[in-house]
Design a protein. Sequence first.
Length: 315
Amino acid sequence: MAEDYYKNLELNRGASQAEIDKAYARLARKYHPDVNPDDKNAKKKFQEIQTAYDVLKDPKKREMYDRYGSTFEQASQGGGGPRGGPTWSYNAGPEDFDFAQFFGGGEAPGGMGDIFNQFCRGRGSQRRSRSSQAAGTDVEAEVEIPFNLAVTGGETQLTLTRESGESETLTVRIPAGVDDGKKLRLRGRGEAGLNGGPRGNLLVKVRVAAHPYFTRRGDNLYVRLPVTLREAAEGAKVDVPTPKGTVSLRVPPGSSSGTKLRIKGHGVAATDRPAGDLFAEVQIVIPAKLDEAALGQIKQIDSRYPLEPRRELRW
Protein backbone atom coordinates (compact mmCIF):
# COMPACT_ATOMS: atom_id res chain seq x y z
CA MET A 1 0.00 0.00 0.00
CA ALA A 2 1.31 3.45 -0.89
CA GLU A 3 2.76 5.38 2.02
CA ASP A 4 1.41 8.78 3.06
CA TYR A 5 4.56 10.72 3.87
CA TYR A 6 2.60 13.69 5.17
CA LYS A 7 0.72 11.43 7.57
CA ASN A 8 4.01 9.90 8.72
CA LEU A 9 5.16 13.39 9.74
CA GLU A 10 1.72 14.32 11.14
CA LEU A 11 1.31 17.15 8.63
CA ASN A 12 -1.19 18.47 6.13
CA ARG A 13 -0.23 18.42 2.46
CA GLY A 14 0.13 22.18 2.37
CA ALA A 15 2.75 22.26 5.15
CA SER A 16 5.60 24.73 4.76
CA GLN A 17 9.26 23.67 4.66
CA ALA A 18 9.75 25.06 8.16
CA GLU A 19 6.82 22.99 9.43
CA ILE A 20 8.27 19.88 7.78
CA ASP A 21 11.68 20.43 9.40
CA LYS A 22 10.11 21.08 12.81
CA ALA A 23 7.84 18.02 12.64
CA TYR A 24 10.76 15.82 11.61
CA ALA A 25 12.97 17.03 14.44
CA ARG A 26 10.20 16.46 16.99
CA LEU A 27 9.17 12.99 15.81
CA ALA A 28 12.69 11.74 15.14
CA ARG A 29 13.72 12.62 18.66
CA LYS A 30 10.64 10.90 20.03
CA TYR A 31 11.10 7.63 18.12
CA HIS A 32 14.90 7.48 17.84
CA PRO A 33 16.22 3.94 18.56
CA ASP A 34 18.66 5.29 21.16
CA VAL A 35 15.71 6.70 23.09
CA ASN A 36 13.66 3.50 22.66
CA PRO A 37 16.25 0.68 22.63
CA ASP A 38 13.71 -2.07 23.44
CA ASP A 39 10.86 -0.88 21.24
CA LYS A 40 10.78 -2.46 17.77
CA ASN A 41 7.77 -0.39 16.78
CA ALA A 42 9.74 2.77 17.52
CA LYS A 43 12.51 1.62 15.16
CA LYS A 44 9.96 1.02 12.37
CA LYS A 45 8.31 4.37 13.03
CA PHE A 46 11.69 6.07 12.94
CA GLN A 47 12.44 4.56 9.53
CA GLU A 48 9.08 5.77 8.19
CA ILE A 49 9.75 9.28 9.50
CA GLN A 50 13.21 9.36 7.95
CA THR A 51 11.97 8.09 4.57
CA ALA A 52 9.19 10.67 4.51
CA TYR A 53 11.53 13.50 5.41
CA ASP A 54 14.12 12.50 2.79
CA VAL A 55 11.44 13.07 0.15
CA LEU A 56 9.53 16.06 1.50
CA LYS A 57 12.62 18.12 2.35
CA ASP A 58 13.62 18.10 -1.34
CA PRO A 59 11.36 20.43 -3.40
CA LYS A 60 11.77 18.40 -6.60
CA LYS A 61 11.11 15.07 -4.92
CA ARG A 62 8.18 16.55 -3.05
CA GLU A 63 6.64 17.83 -6.29
CA MET A 64 6.96 14.39 -7.85
CA TYR A 65 5.56 12.72 -4.73
CA ASP A 66 2.56 15.06 -4.69
CA ARG A 67 1.91 14.09 -8.31
CA TYR A 68 2.57 10.33 -8.31
CA GLY A 69 2.58 9.29 -4.66
CA SER A 70 5.24 7.13 -2.99
CA THR A 71 5.98 5.36 -6.32
CA PHE A 72 7.04 8.63 -7.93
CA GLU A 73 10.59 7.40 -8.62
CA GLN A 74 9.24 4.48 -10.62
CA ALA A 75 6.95 6.83 -12.53
CA SER A 76 9.70 9.33 -13.23
CA GLN A 77 12.16 6.65 -14.42
CA GLY A 78 9.65 4.76 -16.55
CA GLY A 79 9.85 1.50 -14.60
CA GLY A 80 11.61 -0.29 -11.82
CA GLY A 81 10.48 -0.47 -8.26
CA PRO A 82 10.50 2.59 -6.01
CA ARG A 83 13.49 3.06 -3.83
CA GLY A 84 12.91 2.62 -0.14
CA GLY A 85 14.38 4.52 2.75
CA PRO A 86 17.91 3.98 4.14
CA THR A 87 18.95 0.47 5.20
CA TRP A 88 19.40 0.26 8.98
CA SER A 89 21.53 -2.05 11.13
CA TYR A 90 21.64 -1.91 14.91
CA ASN A 91 23.86 -4.94 15.63
CA ALA A 92 26.83 -2.71 16.41
CA GLY A 93 27.13 -0.79 19.66
CA PRO A 94 25.89 2.82 19.81
CA GLU A 95 29.46 4.13 19.75
CA ASP A 96 29.94 2.68 16.25
CA PHE A 97 27.30 4.87 14.63
CA ASP A 98 27.89 8.18 12.91
CA PHE A 99 24.36 9.57 12.72
CA ALA A 100 25.41 12.17 10.18
CA GLN A 101 25.44 9.47 7.47
CA PHE A 102 21.79 8.62 8.22
CA PHE A 103 20.62 12.23 8.40
CA GLY A 104 22.38 13.60 5.37
CA GLY A 105 26.17 13.79 5.79
CA GLY A 106 26.31 16.15 2.81
CA GLU A 107 23.90 18.65 4.30
CA ALA A 108 24.73 22.25 4.87
CA PRO A 109 25.90 23.08 8.43
CA GLY A 110 23.04 22.97 10.85
CA GLY A 111 21.28 20.01 9.14
CA MET A 112 19.51 17.12 10.82
CA GLY A 113 22.75 15.09 10.96
CA ASP A 114 24.19 17.75 13.25
CA ILE A 115 21.06 17.75 15.38
CA PHE A 116 21.20 14.03 16.07
CA ASN A 117 24.97 13.86 16.59
CA GLN A 118 24.51 16.52 19.25
CA PHE A 119 21.42 14.78 20.65
CA CYS A 120 23.18 11.46 21.03
CA ARG A 121 26.36 12.99 22.47
CA GLY A 122 24.12 14.45 25.17
CA ARG A 123 23.13 10.87 26.06
CA GLY A 124 26.73 9.86 26.66
CA SER A 125 27.44 8.19 23.30
CA GLN A 126 30.92 8.69 21.85
CA ARG A 127 30.52 9.84 18.24
CA ARG A 128 32.48 11.90 15.77
CA SER A 129 32.43 15.56 16.81
CA ARG A 130 31.28 18.14 14.28
CA SER A 131 31.87 21.87 14.64
CA SER A 132 28.84 23.12 12.68
CA GLN A 133 26.13 24.93 14.60
CA ALA A 134 22.35 24.93 14.46
CA ALA A 135 20.01 27.58 15.80
CA GLY A 136 17.43 26.56 18.37
CA THR A 137 13.74 26.41 17.44
CA ASP A 138 11.28 29.20 18.21
CA VAL A 139 8.70 28.62 20.93
CA GLU A 140 5.14 29.96 20.93
CA ALA A 141 3.18 30.63 24.14
CA GLU A 142 0.13 32.56 25.33
CA VAL A 143 -0.36 34.60 28.48
CA GLU A 144 -3.42 36.37 29.90
CA ILE A 145 -2.78 39.66 31.68
CA PRO A 146 -5.03 42.03 33.67
CA PHE A 147 -6.61 44.98 31.85
CA ASN A 148 -4.66 47.43 34.03
CA LEU A 149 -1.30 45.85 33.12
CA ALA A 150 -2.07 46.10 29.40
CA VAL A 151 -2.73 49.83 29.80
CA THR A 152 0.16 50.84 32.07
CA GLY A 153 2.73 48.18 31.18
CA GLY A 154 4.85 46.15 33.59
CA GLU A 155 5.90 42.56 34.10
CA THR A 156 4.15 39.19 34.27
CA GLN A 157 5.27 35.62 34.82
CA LEU A 158 5.05 32.86 32.22
CA THR A 159 5.75 29.17 32.84
CA LEU A 160 7.02 27.16 29.86
CA THR A 161 7.50 23.43 29.44
CA ARG A 162 10.62 22.86 27.36
CA GLU A 163 11.14 20.09 24.81
CA SER A 164 13.16 18.29 27.47
CA GLY A 165 10.07 18.19 29.68
CA GLU A 166 11.49 20.64 32.22
CA SER A 167 9.43 23.64 33.33
CA GLU A 168 10.85 27.13 33.39
CA THR A 169 9.31 30.35 34.70
CA LEU A 170 10.17 33.49 32.74
CA THR A 171 9.53 37.16 33.38
CA VAL A 172 7.85 38.84 30.41
CA ARG A 173 8.01 42.61 30.03
CA ILE A 174 4.64 44.01 28.90
CA PRO A 175 4.85 47.34 27.05
CA ALA A 176 2.31 50.02 27.95
CA GLY A 177 -0.68 50.03 25.62
CA VAL A 178 -0.28 46.46 24.34
CA ASP A 179 -3.33 45.30 22.36
CA ASP A 180 -5.24 42.07 22.88
CA GLY A 181 -3.82 39.43 20.51
CA LYS A 182 -0.46 41.17 20.14
CA LYS A 183 2.59 38.89 19.82
CA LEU A 184 5.72 39.83 21.74
CA ARG A 185 9.08 38.49 20.56
CA LEU A 186 11.61 37.63 23.25
CA ARG A 187 14.89 37.06 21.45
CA GLY A 188 17.01 34.17 22.64
CA ARG A 189 14.37 32.74 24.99
CA GLY A 190 13.36 29.82 22.77
CA GLU A 191 15.00 26.38 22.62
CA ALA A 192 18.77 26.10 22.97
CA GLY A 193 20.91 25.88 19.84
CA LEU A 194 23.28 23.02 19.01
CA ASN A 195 27.07 23.13 19.15
CA GLY A 196 26.91 26.64 20.56
CA GLY A 197 24.36 27.85 18.01
CA PRO A 198 22.05 30.73 18.95
CA ARG A 199 18.89 30.07 20.92
CA GLY A 200 15.55 30.40 19.22
CA ASN A 201 13.04 33.10 20.08
CA LEU A 202 9.98 33.05 22.31
CA LEU A 203 6.78 34.39 20.73
CA VAL A 204 4.22 35.31 23.40
CA LYS A 205 0.62 36.02 22.38
CA VAL A 206 -1.00 38.45 24.83
CA ARG A 207 -4.60 38.05 25.92
CA VAL A 208 -6.09 40.96 27.87
CA ALA A 209 -8.72 40.18 30.51
CA ALA A 210 -11.85 42.33 30.74
CA HIS A 211 -12.18 45.05 33.39
CA PRO A 212 -15.40 45.23 35.46
CA TYR A 213 -15.80 49.00 34.89
CA PHE A 214 -13.41 50.26 32.20
CA THR A 215 -13.39 49.51 28.47
CA ARG A 216 -10.92 50.48 25.77
CA ARG A 217 -11.30 51.70 22.19
CA GLY A 218 -7.95 52.35 20.61
CA ASP A 219 -6.03 54.48 23.08
CA ASN A 220 -9.14 55.97 24.71
CA LEU A 221 -10.64 54.59 27.92
CA TYR A 222 -14.31 54.67 28.90
CA VAL A 223 -15.91 54.35 32.32
CA ARG A 224 -19.45 54.76 33.64
CA LEU A 225 -19.49 57.34 36.44
CA PRO A 226 -22.27 56.86 39.03
CA VAL A 227 -23.61 60.14 40.51
CA THR A 228 -26.52 60.94 42.79
CA LEU A 229 -29.60 62.86 41.66
CA ARG A 230 -28.44 65.86 43.64
CA GLU A 231 -24.90 65.75 42.17
CA ALA A 232 -26.37 65.63 38.68
CA ALA A 233 -28.86 68.45 39.37
CA GLU A 234 -26.62 70.86 41.35
CA GLY A 235 -23.27 69.89 39.86
CA ALA A 236 -20.42 68.50 41.94
CA LYS A 237 -16.77 67.51 42.05
CA VAL A 238 -16.34 63.74 42.15
CA ASP A 239 -13.26 61.51 42.34
CA VAL A 240 -12.50 59.36 39.29
CA PRO A 241 -9.77 56.64 39.27
CA THR A 242 -7.46 56.76 36.23
CA PRO A 243 -4.26 54.95 35.15
CA LYS A 244 -2.34 58.00 36.42
CA GLY A 245 -4.11 58.14 39.77
CA THR A 246 -7.34 59.60 41.11
CA VAL A 247 -8.46 62.93 39.64
CA SER A 248 -11.23 65.34 40.69
CA LEU A 249 -13.78 65.77 37.92
CA ARG A 250 -16.35 68.56 37.73
CA VAL A 251 -19.87 67.32 36.92
CA PRO A 252 -21.79 70.26 35.41
CA PRO A 253 -25.18 71.20 36.90
CA GLY A 254 -28.13 69.58 35.11
CA SER A 255 -26.11 66.60 33.79
CA SER A 256 -28.23 63.73 32.52
CA SER A 257 -27.29 60.06 32.33
CA GLY A 258 -25.23 59.51 29.20
CA THR A 259 -23.39 62.82 29.42
CA LYS A 260 -19.71 62.16 28.58
CA LEU A 261 -17.02 64.11 30.39
CA ARG A 262 -13.49 64.07 28.98
CA ILE A 263 -10.32 63.81 31.04
CA LYS A 264 -7.57 64.64 28.55
CA GLY A 265 -4.40 62.55 28.47
CA HIS A 266 -5.58 59.99 31.04
CA GLY A 267 -6.21 57.15 28.60
CA VAL A 268 -3.68 54.64 27.25
CA ALA A 269 -0.17 56.12 27.24
CA ALA A 270 1.95 53.98 24.89
CA THR A 271 5.62 54.90 24.45
CA ASP A 272 5.46 55.45 20.69
CA ARG A 273 2.39 57.71 20.40
CA PRO A 274 0.46 60.42 22.26
CA ALA A 275 -1.66 59.38 25.24
CA GLY A 276 -5.36 58.82 24.71
CA ASP A 277 -8.18 60.34 26.78
CA LEU A 278 -10.52 59.02 29.46
CA PHE A 279 -14.26 59.53 28.93
CA ALA A 280 -16.50 59.32 31.99
CA GLU A 281 -20.18 58.71 31.20
CA VAL A 282 -22.58 60.06 33.80
CA GLN A 283 -25.00 57.51 35.25
CA ILE A 284 -27.59 58.92 37.66
CA VAL A 285 -28.30 56.56 40.54
CA ILE A 286 -31.46 56.91 42.65
CA PRO A 287 -32.49 54.97 45.74
CA ALA A 288 -34.33 51.73 45.08
CA LYS A 289 -37.16 52.78 47.37
CA LEU A 290 -38.55 56.31 47.87
CA ASP A 291 -41.20 57.34 50.40
CA GLU A 292 -44.32 59.26 49.42
CA ALA A 293 -42.82 62.62 50.37
CA ALA A 294 -39.79 62.10 48.10
CA LEU A 295 -41.92 60.87 45.23
CA GLY A 296 -44.17 63.90 45.65
CA GLN A 297 -41.20 66.23 45.35
CA ILE A 298 -40.07 64.49 42.17
CA LYS A 299 -43.56 64.80 40.73
CA GLN A 300 -43.52 68.52 41.48
CA ILE A 301 -40.19 68.85 39.66
CA ASP A 302 -41.59 67.01 36.60
CA SER A 303 -44.64 69.25 36.59
CA ARG A 304 -42.58 72.42 36.93
CA TYR A 305 -39.97 71.42 34.36
CA PRO A 306 -41.77 69.28 31.77
CA LEU A 307 -39.55 67.27 29.40
CA GLU A 308 -40.01 64.98 26.36
CA PRO A 309 -37.03 62.68 26.84
CA ARG A 310 -38.17 60.13 24.22
CA ARG A 311 -39.16 62.55 21.50
CA GLU A 312 -36.24 61.55 19.23
CA LEU A 313 -36.48 57.83 19.97
CA ARG A 314 -36.91 55.84 16.72
CA TRP A 315 -36.72 52.22 15.58
